[in-house]
Design a binder for this molecule. Sequence first.
Ligand code: SF4
Length: 249
Amino acid sequence: MLIIIVASIISQLIFYLCPVIKTEQMSAQQNPTDTFVNEMNTWHGQTLGIKTVEALRKNRFEASFFETRLETANAVIEMISPGMEVAFGGSQTARQLNLQQLVLDKGATILDHNAAGLSDDQKMEVMRRQQICDVFICSSNAISIQGELFNIDGHGNRVAAMAFGPRRVIVIAGVNKLVADEDAAWQRIRTVAAPINFKRLNRPNPCTKQGICMNCNLPTRGCNIYVATRRKPPMMDFSVFIVNDSLGF
Ligand code: SF4
């Protein structure tokens, strides 16, 4: 009788624990379909990334393609020297690469218009100084495979610095920001980049409820200046780094 009871308990334990064991095994091992999907996405990123870099070079940008975040961050930091003044254009991509800390570690100074405790006047003053910094680092809302950059801006400080002023501009973009052409670039900005960015900023704009641009006219609208950068500005050093990863939005 005892043997029957023990066998029954063991069988029930196996019944209840097996799904847990299977799930843990699945998460410990890579799902073969995940591996295959990753390989396909890596191929697609490489193909579009390299094509875009070639187009950017034809448009006279210094462009490079990197497979990893680490390679990209190293390439950026090689361009930074101690004592330089470096500014960032509100880039989540730069934060994902930990560039702010790496720049400080290199002995450069950061002009940060989002530093805690700044009044509007002080913030404006920092943004004005950013326009003539040594290196301005930002991302782009979209980059077409024709090698052109597309951006919207609220205050205009980011797109102004991308157009003229800093000694060097470095634009870093994940392959998730590559698009087929100009129409697709503005489409990406209306449906992905802007709504997520204003959600990040906790704006009460309709895009943060609908998930796409509703062309609002609120004072909190952040889409005021629309800029296409079709060729490198002639007197600036301008690097565009494409990373085979999904970065920012
Ligand atoms: S125009 Fe208004 S609704 Fe459209 S993305 Fe910009 S802030 Fe959002």
